[in-house]
Design a protein around this ligand. Structure first.
Ligand code: COA
Length: 149
């Protein structure tokens, strides 16, 4: 596709469009979430607060007509078992017709650069289709254990 793509970081006004892409991510089966709309409602207020506090940014790829066609989010956050802030990458999604052109890779790299200024470790829960992207960007697998309750 010879279309021009514009890359930029997000601001709080982009949040509703970002959440629309996040909903599509869940609808494609990410994390086995059964109700995408419920999942979006669950995080919407939380995301507002992350933006207000400056602990989150999304990197966006926009097409000619101003549509956001790919996004990736970086969060600086707490985990109860780690005594310092850690990084999370989330909301990695590319619209189907824009895939395999390097958009997600570029946006994830921007997330990593943003996080490098703030934390010294970054976590991601990859999907099957994103795993190889993260491996190429030197992400390692960890031995996370879980039990369904
Ligand atoms: C996973 C996903 C985000 C990847 O988005 P994308 O923009 O297509 O990602 P990229 O283009 O950077 O990389 C995808 C593949 O295209 C390849 N690629 C990159 N640039 C390319 C180019 N110019 N030409 C051809 N292929 C290219 C990459 O090497 C990669 O190959 P791989 O799958 O063998 O590793 C997208 O498929 C998606 O939204 N999937 C559904 C939701 C999902 O799983 N999200 C991830 C949650 S962690």
């Amino acid at each position: 596709m010879s279309e021009n793509i514009i890359y930029r970081s997000s601001n709080i006004e982009d949040l509703s469009k970002i959440l629309t892409l996040k909903k599509k991510l869940y609808e494609e089966g990410y994390a086995g979430v059964p109700d995408a709309q419920e999942a979006i409602s669950f995080v919407a207020d939380m995301y507002q607060q992350y933006y207000v506090d400056g602990n989150c940014v999304h990197y966006l790829a926009e097409s000619n007509n101003g549509e956001i066609v790919s996004c990736a989010g970086a969060f600086s956050t707490k985990m109860v078992h780690i005594p310092h802030l850690v990084g999370l990458i989330s909301d990695v999604y590319t619209m189907p017709q824009h895939r395999n052109q390097g958009l997600a890779t570029k946006l994830i790299k921007s997330c990593v650069d943003w996080l490098k200024q703030r934390v010294n470790v970054v976590y991601i829960y990859p999907s099957q289709s994103s795993k190889s992207i993260f491996e190429r960007l030197e992400f390692k697998s960890s031995a996370l254990m879980y039990r369904i309750l």
